[in-house]
Design a protein around this ligand. Structure first.
Ligand code: CA
Ligand code: CA
Ligand code: CA
Length: 236
C-alpha cells in the first residue's frame, strides 16, 4: 500500500468542483481587499491572473463586482464567455512566464461544466476560487519563497495531500514538471506555479484511476490490456 491516505488537493473538492463553494455562489468575502479595491500588490505571487486592465460592462444583478471585473478583463473580445486562448493570455506565473497550454486546457476541462468549450461567468467563479486556493497552497509549500517548488517542497506537498510517493517517483514527477532540464549532476530544477498545479492534479487523477480498480485497497491491481488502455485513455 503505497499511495497513502487517499488525500485530495486543497479544499477537498471533487474533480471539477471548486473547493468549498458552489457554482454561481459569490465567494464569501473580498479577496485581499474590499470589494472594488484593487488586488493587493502581492496577489500574483506564485501565479494567477494578471491584473485586470479596466474598462468593463456592468455586472449582472447579484454578481460580485470584483469577480465580474476580472471576468470582463479576461473576456477580451467581450463575447460573454472565456475561450482557451483568452484564458491562456490572462494567466501568468509569479515570474511572469505564461501558463503552459496543457495547464490552461486542464483548467478549462475542469471548470467548463456544461462542456460548451468556453467558460461563462458562473463557471468562472469556480475557476477563480480554485486558482486563489492554489496560490495559498503554493505559498505555503514554497518554503524558501523562491517562487518555485523544489524536490523537498514537492515531497512535503504531496505527502500532505496524502500521496506517499517513493523517492524515485518524486524525482520522476519533479523532472517531468520542472521548468528546465536539470544540470548534469545537479539537483532537479524548480516547478513553477502552473506546473505545480498540474503535477498535483495529475497525481490525484492517476491515483484515483488506480484506486477505482484497486477495490480491496491493498495497493495492487491486476488488469488486462483492455482495462489498461481504457484507464489511460479516459484520463483527461
Ligand atoms: Ca470571449
Ligand atoms: Ca461552459
Ligand atoms: Ca521553493
Amino acid at each position: 500500500m503505497s499511495y497513502g491516505g487517499y488525500g485530495a488537493p486543497p479544499g477537498g473538492g471533487g474533480y471539477g468542483a471548486p473547493p468549498g463553494g458552489g457554482y454561481g455562489a459569490p465567494p464569501g468575502g473580498g479577496y485581499g481587499g474590499g470589494y472594488g479595491a484593487p488586488p493587493p500588490a502581492n496577489s500574483g505571487y506564485g501565479g494567477g491572473f494578471a491584473p485586470p486592465g479596466g474598462g468593463h460592462r456592468g455586472p449582472p444583478p447579484g454578481a460580485d463586482p470584483q469577480l465580474w471585473n476580472w471576468f470582463t478583463s479576461v473576456d477580451t473580445d467581450r463575447s460573454g464567455s472565456i475561450t482557451a486562448p483568452e484564458l491562456e493570455r490572462a494567466l501568468i506565473n509569479g515570474d511572469w512566464t505564461p501558463f503552459d497550454l496543457d495547464t490552461v486546457k486542464l483548467l478549462m476541462s475542469m471548470f467548463d461544466v456544461d462542456r460548451s468549450g468556453t467558460i461563462t461567468f458562473n463557471e468562472f467563479a469556480g475557476l477563480w476560487k480554485y486558482i486563489k486556493d492554489w496560490q495559498n497552497v503554493f505559498r505555503h509549500f514554497d518554503r524558501d519563497r523562491s517562487g518555485s517548488i523544489d524536490g523537498p517542497e514537492l515531497r512535503d506537498a504531496l505527502a500532505q495531500f496524502g500521496y506517499n510517493l517513493s523517492p524515485q517517483l518524486l524525482d520522476l514527477v519533479q523532472r517531468k514538471y520542472a521548468n528546465q532540464t536539470a544540470v548534469h549532476g545537479g539537483p532537479p530544477p524548480g516547478i513553477s506555479f502552473d506546473r505545480f498545479v498540474r503535477a498535483c492534479v495529475v497525481v490525484k487523477q492517476l491515483t484515483e484511476a488506480f484506486q477505482k480498480i484497486d477495490t480491496d485497497r491493498d495497493g495492487w491491481i491486476q488488469i488486462n490490456y483492455d482495462q489498461f488502455m481504457q484507464t489511460v485513455l479516459t484520463l483527461p
